[in-house]
Each structure stands twice: as structure tokens, then as C-alpha cells.
Design a protein around this ligand. Structure first.
Ligand code: ADP
Ligand code: ZN
Ligand code: ZN
Length: 737
């Protein structure tokens, strides 16, 4: 007779737990422990979700677990609760949720112990050797250089084996040679080694608004409270965070800080490490598996005081949670867009509430969700009106493009203003969220257009290598030299992307350095940093770029920003498009005039009378957001309703439609007055990467109503035959396609 019956969460797409047995008598404290199980014919990792001494299912078929990996719950109680809640709320299999919430080494079944790491450091000889002596062995030379330049936390610089091999691929033999020559040596570390407490720099004296914000927040340490810290870029939000974190750490508690991927720059990390006289752990995508595991465990064991990370850092276990901060809380990167589609911001709110600790959401352009929570008095609003250090906010102007001479997307008027700024030896930043040379290649004689064969969209022409690329599925091919339909050689490029504008600028401003920053110019490791460095040192430059320019960076010499095309956001079927457009415009605008000189922002549009644009320009973001919120309320859209989307896709057009039609029919009887179903309808871009996509939208008057509906409805949907169809549910989607 088995002693215990275990409900095991396994990382599969099935929304259920699996019963296994154990010969050992297990108790409550083993809930949350990892086990190895035989699942079908595979060996998989599972987590004990529940334990009982008896069982109602037929026992004959039950298998015993293969191995118990942990003595205790892997997660602290509060995080365990959040993960279970999240699985329920996002209607996602618990096994996959838990798998997302552990570092890769633990997912592979490695023991939850500090991984022992091989570290390399220079010997005295290695310190002093002339690099030239190694010029016949470039790899060895590179390793010595890396070790010399490595910022040392302690007295000697040591680089972990895995990270060294990532930075210097194929260096295995070179390491051996260097070790033989006694230029470097290896040693093993185990456990978390605290950093030397470097003397911390003190920050600027806070101005009145900042002080008020800090005192309100730290007043609530030890209690739940949610704050929305609204302040333009450069208004000193980060200074507020730093002071609150210090107060939190002084109480012996930990602070968790989430930042969008693009904001977690080396400068940001450095600022935190220099300013906080405590143990700061950083979780970013560049870490090796063992570094990640180390940080995860150190946070769990309370050895770290501050954890700074991107979206998935919300799953960092904390021994003594004290404060959560979400910077740029409106940023879309906090929502996971596939698989387990969680919102790190929303989970953070839940976690703060669960732990009775304060949470601070910071933004220059808060999401409508958060503003609505302020209106409902769920969040306290704290505002920073002034720019810290006395910088003057940029002025915004609309440039009417109608019947203006335009060349390569830029109007004469824009050029005039650019000239003025360049003549004063200042920098101009042009923003266009479209890379490549042109978004459409067309035959002038017959109208043929270069389409993507796998998506409902045009291919983008890239001039550098004369190739057509689809920005949605990644497929590419050489650009046609003549029209495949009528053989004409008269192919023309319609519209402009960053590559084309860069070319036009170089021609028009031969005396000015033009720097393009987009995914195409920053593919190589280190190239973005190199370009940014050039900008920082330079005068009289034109920067042209995409989103990559909009966020995070500080360009003190930029005094003018041009938004090349504001109309992209005005005509999207996506209901969040205007909100996104405004956030992006202001974010780009925030790059200008951060130093002594005030900045000017020029926005090119063919719709200078557009109410939303006018409101934004003349009345600012808060008023703009108020108007949008009123519209959302009137039209019954989030945040005034709760939304979920069923998405289905297949190679064949009909199958996803048929599937969602059945879902809709079978779920409709569950729908109360509070629930509305829209669709199924083809997605705005129906075909993508060779698959046809359909969606069924659910809106509910309240979140509990939506939860109830989905909890009852999903088991039904799970039972509908879905051959060939891949489908998913997205709760609180941020995109409706
Ligand atoms: P945000 O996070 O809102 O973009 P930061 O906190 O990064 O703003 O502040 C912008 C710049 O102003 C930084 O260089 C910061 O050191 C400086 N700063 C912030 N607060 C003050 C202050 N009270 N006095 C002087 N300088 C400040
Ligand atoms: Zn043609
Ligand atoms: Zn495509």
C-alpha cells in the first residue's frame, strides 16, 4: 500500500494535476517540493501540489514517483501562494507556471544548492605580462584582456567559467594553455559570496516633491499600499526609489525592483550598486544558468537586500519582502505574450497585498489601468512635476504635413528646424518606428506588390543587402530585379524606413554625422554601446532610430526631437493604440533637453486636427488619459471591463474558426448578463507565419465574473476536439490580435 497519494504538477499543456504515489509518508511540508516522475514514456520534473493519505481514483494504474528532490517547499509560502493564484487567474497549467518560476538548473532537477563554480583569475605573472607576447595566440590574449578589464568586486578579478566561455567562444584550449603557463589560475567557489561593501555614494538632496513622495511611501513600510509615482523622464523618480529602498533595507527587509528589459542598462545597474550600501542582486538575460540560480537562492535565503530584474524577476523568492517597485509600469514588456501570459505588474500588486508591503509603480505616462485605479482610490497618486536639476520640459509642436513638400518622409519645415539646431552644434533625434529601407516594393507598371508568402503583409525592402524581409515572421528572399507579374524593371519603393531616411540625411547633410540605431545596426554584441558612446561624446549629429532610441538612454546634447510619423498610431484597430502612441511620443520627447538647454519636439502628421493629438499637445498626458478613460468607459473596454481572448490558429483557414465557433456555442450557456462574447473573428492580420488566426473575445463586467466564467468554461473548451488547431487563452490581454 502506498503511504501517500500525491497530486503532481507537471509542465505540460494539460490543465490538470496527475496522481502519483509514494512509499514514503510525506507531510504538508513537502508540498512545493520537486519530484522526478515517469510521465508517459518520458522522465519529467514535477512539483507536489497536494498530498493525501487516501485516494478515490482507481489505484491499479497509479505509478510511484521516481525520486523526491527537495525536503521542503522550494518556494517561500507567500510566493507559492502567488504562483497557485496565478495559475488559476491566468488559467494556465500549474506545472508550467511553476516551471517558469524556477531557474533552469532547478528545472533540470539539479539540487537546490548553491552551484559550485569554476572561476578564473590572473596570477601575478598574468597581471604583468606584456600583451604583445601573446600576439600569436589571440584567444589567450583576449582572455587576459577580459580578466584585466573585468570590474573587480573584491581585490582580484575573477570571471566565472561559463561567462568567460560565453564572452570568448571556443576558448577552452586557450584557457588550458594559459593555466599551463601559470598566467591564470582556477578556483572553485561554492555558495554565495557577498560583495565587498563598497563605500556608497550619497545622492542629491531631494527636492520637496521627492521628499514628500519618499516620506509617504516609507511611512507605509510594513503595510500594504499602492502608489503611482507619476513624473516625466528626469523628474527624479529613480532617486525616490533609491531612498525608499534604503529605508526598506534599514528595516532588515528586501526590495524587489522590476524594470523593462530595455531599461536595465549597465548604467542603471551601476547606479543601484554605487548608491546602495547593501547586497544588490541583478537578474538579466545575460546571466549564465548558474549565476541565475545563485542569485535566486541568495534572494530566497535573505542574503540579498535588493533584487533588480526584468519581468520574470517577479518570481524571485524573498525571505523578507519589504517593498516592490515597478519602473515604467506602463511598459508592455511586463506582460508575457506567449505561453504563461502573466502580467508582472499585476502579479506584483497581488504579491504586495499578500505580504502587506507597499508597492510603487513609476511612470512618466502611466497606463490607463493604473490611472483608473487612482480614480477609484485604490492607488495613491504621487506626482513629480518638475524636472530634477532644473531642466526645462520640452515644448511640443505639430507639423501639418498636408500638401507640404515632403522628401523621404521629411517635410521642409522639419528640415528648417533641424538646421537651426545643427547650426548651434546641437544634436537632433528623429524617431520612426519602422526599420528597413521601405515597407513596400511595388511595380510601377502593373501595381504588383512584394508580399510575404506566409503572412498577410508586405515585405520590407532592405537596401544594404538588397533583400526583402518580413518583420512578422522573419522570412526573407533576395529582392526581385524585375516584376514577377509583368517583367517590368520599373520597381519602386513606397514609404520610408530608418535605412532610407538615414541615406537621405547623409545626402542632404554632408557636413553632419548621421547615426542610425535600430535592430539592424545593433545586431552585433557591443555595437549598441559603441553607437551610444559616439552619441554621448558627439556634437552636431543626427540620430535616426526606432523604439530602441525611445527608452532608457540619456542624450544630453539632443535639443530637438522629430517624430517622423505620428499617424501610425491613429488608425490602428487596436484599442490601446492611441495610449501607446502617446506614451511613445512622450518617451521619445523625454530624450530631448535633459541638460541645461530646453528641447523642442516636432510631430509630423497628416491629421493636425485629430482630437487626441491636440489634447496631448496642448493639455498634456494627464488630460489626454482622462479623455481616453472616459471613452473606454463609454465603450465598455478595459479597465472598465475585464477581458480575455481565446486565440486559435492552424495551417488551414477554416479549422480555427470552426473550433472557436464550438467554444463560443458551448460556453454561451454559461454566460450571465455580465459576460459578453465577441466573435469568432479572424485576427486583424489573419495569416501570420503560415498560420491562420482567429479570436474570440470575452468581456465581463468584473474580474470575478470573468474568473468564474473561465473557470467553468475552460474545462469544456479543453474537451472540444481541436485537431490541427493550436489555441490559448489570454487573460487581461494587452493586444487584441
Ligand atoms: P527619472 O527616474 O524620473 O528619469 P532620475 O531619478 O534618473 O529621474 O533623475 C534624473 C537626473 O536628475 C539624474 O541625473 C539624477 O541624479 C538627477 N536628480 C534627481 N533628483 C535630483 C535632485 N533632487 N537634485 C539634483 N539632481 C537630481
Ligand atoms: Zn509589374
Ligand atoms: Zn511573414
Amino acid at each position: 500500500m502506498p503511504k501517500s497519494y500525491l497530486q503532481i504538477a507537471v509542465a505540460t499543456p494539460l490543465r490538470k494535476l496527475f496522481t502519483y504515489t509514494s512509499e514514503q509518508e510525506l507531510s504538508e511540508k513537502q508540498i512545493g517540493a520537486r519530484v522526478k516522475v515517469t510521465f508517459g514514456r518520458r522522465h519529467m520534473l514535477g512539483v507536489i501540489a497536494a498530498i493525501s493519505a487516501s485516494n478515490t481514483a482507481p489505484t491499479a494504474k497509479l505509478k510511484a514517483i521516481d525520486e523526491l528532490l527537495d525536503e521542503h517547499n522550494l518556494w517561500p509560502e507567500e510566493l507559492w501562494k502567488m504562483l497557485n493564484w496565478a495559475a488559476q487567474y491566468y488559467q494556465h497549467p500549474l506545472g508550467e507556471v511553476l516551471s517558469t518560476a524556477m531557474p533552469a538548473l532547478l528545472r533540470q532537477g539539479k539540487p537546490a544548492k548553491y552551484p559550485s563554480q569554476t572561476c578564473w583569475s590572473l596570477t601575478d605573472e598574468g597581471q604583468s605580462i606584456e600583451l604583445d607576447e601573446l600576439k600569436r595566440a589571440p584567444r589567450q590574449q583576449a582572455i587576459i584582456e577580459l580578466l584585466r578589464n573585468h570590474p573587480s568586486q573584491a581585490d582580484e578579478a575573477a570571471i566565472e567559467d561559463q561567462s568567460l566561455k560565453e564572452q570568448c567562444p571556443g576558448c577552452h584550449d586557450a584557457l588550458k594553455r594559459l593555466q599551463e603557463k601559470q598566467l591564470i589560475c582556477a578556483h572553485q567557489t561554492a555558495g554565495y559570496e557577498p560583495h565587498e561593501n563598497t563605500s556608497s555614494e550619497s545622492g542629491p538632496e531631494l527636492h520637496e516633491e521627492q521628499q514628500l513622495a519618499v516620506s509617504k511611501i516609507i511611512d507605509r513600510l510594513g503595510h500594504y499600499d499602492a502608489f503611482l509615482l507619476e513624473g516625466v523622464t528626469g523628474s527624479g523618480k529613480t532617486e525616490v526609489y533609491l531612498q525608499c529602498i534604503q529605508a526598506c533595507v534599514a528595516r532588515g527587509e528586501q526590495a524587489l525592483v522590476l524594470i523593462p528589459e530595455i531599461g536595465l542598462t549597465p548604467q542603471m545597474i551601476q547606479r543601484f550598486q554605487q548608491r546602495l550600501a547593501c547586497q544588490v542582486g541583478v537578474l538579466h538575460s545575460g546571466l549564465s544558468d548558474s549565476e541565475r540560480t545563485l542569485t535566486w537562492l541568495a534572494a530566497r535565503d535573505g542574503k540579498l537586500d535588493v533584487i533588480l530584474g526584468t519581468r520574470s524577476a517577479i518570481f524571485t523568492p524573498l525571505a523578507k519582502p519589504g517593498l516592490i517597485i515597478i519602473d515604467e509600469e506602463h511598459d508592455a514588456s511586463f506582460k508575457q505574450q506567449d505561453g504563461f501570459r502573466y502580467s508582472a505588474r499585476d502579479l506584483a500588486i497581488w504579491r504586495a497585498h499578500q505580504n502587506q508591503i507597499p508597492i510603487v509603480l513609476g511612470s512618466a505616462t502611466p497606463s490607463l489601468e493604473s490611472l483608473s485605479n487612482v480614480q477609484r482610490e485604490r492607488y495613491q497618486l504621487l506626482t513629480l512635476q518638475e524636472r530634477a536639476g532644473g531642466a526645462i520640459p520640452p515644448t511640443l509642436h505639430l507639423l501639418d504635413m498636408r500638401s507640404q513638400p515632403i522628401e523621404e518622409g521629411l517635410s521642409d519645415r522639419l528640415h528648417q528646424v533641424m538646421r537651426q539646431h545643427l547650426d548651434k552644434d546641437q544634436q537632433v533625434l528623429l524617431f520612426l518606428n519602422r526599420r528597413g529601407f521601405s515597407p513596400t516594393l511595388m511595380c510601377h507598371d502593373c501595381g504588383w506588390i512584394a508580399h510575404c508568402q506566409r503572412c498577410d503583409t508586405h515585405m520590407t525592402y532592405h537596401q544594404l543587402d538588397r533583400r526583402l524581409r518580413c518583420h512578422h515572421c522573419g522570412s526573407e528572399r533576395p529582392a526581385e530585379h524585375s516584376c514577377p507579374s509583368c517583367q517590368s524593371k520599373n520597381l519602386i519603393n513606397l514609404g520610408a524606413g530608418t535605412e532610407r531616411i538615414e541615406a537621405a540625411l547623409k545626402e542632404r547633410y554632408p557636413d553632419v554625422e548621421v547615426i542610425r540605431i535600430d535592430r539592424d545596426t545593433t545586431r552585433r554584441k557591443g555595437s549598441l554601446e559603441a553607437l551610444l558612446e559616439k552619441v554621448k561624446d558627439g556634437r552636431r549629429q543626427i540620430l535616426i532610430g526606432t523604439q530602441m532610441l525611445a527608452k532608457g538612454h540619456h542624450f544630453p546634447n539632443v535639443t530637438m526631437v522629430g517624430i517622423v510619423d505620428a499617424d501610425q498610431g491613429l488608425h490602428s484597430p487596436e484599442f490601446r493604440a492611441p495610449e501607446r502612441m502617446a506614451q511613445l511620443i512622450l518617451q521619445v520627447a523625454g530624450r530631448a533637453g535633459r541638460a541645461e538647454r530646453p528641447g523642442e519636439v516636432y510631430i509630423q502628421t497628416h491629421h493636425p486636427d485629430h482630437m487626441q493629438l491636440l489634447t496631448l499637445i496642448h493639455n498634456g498626458y494627464p488630460e489626454f488619459a482622462r479623455v481616453l478613460l472616459a471613452e473606454r468607459e463609454e465603450t465598455g473596454l478595459p479597465p472598465f471591463t475585464a477581458m480575455a481572448i481565446f486565440r486559435a490558429e492552424a495551417v488551414d483557414r477554416q479549422a480555427p474558426l470552426d473550433f472557436l465557433r464550438q467554444v463560443s456555442e458551448q460556453l454561451r450557456p454559461l454566460a450571465s448578463q455580465q459576460i459578453q462574447l465577441f466573435g469568432p473573428l479572424p485576427a486583424p492580420m489573419e495569416k501570420r507565419a503560415g498560420r491562420f488566426r482567429t479570436q474570440l473575445i470575452v468581456t465581463a463586467a468584473t474580474r470575478p465574473a470573468l474568473q468564474q466564467f473561465l473557470s467553468q468554461g475552460l474545462p469544456i473548451a479543453d474537451n472540444i476536439k481541436s485537431n490541427k488547431v493550436r489555441w490559448s487563452i489570454d487573460v487581461d490581454p494587452i493586444d487584441t490580435y
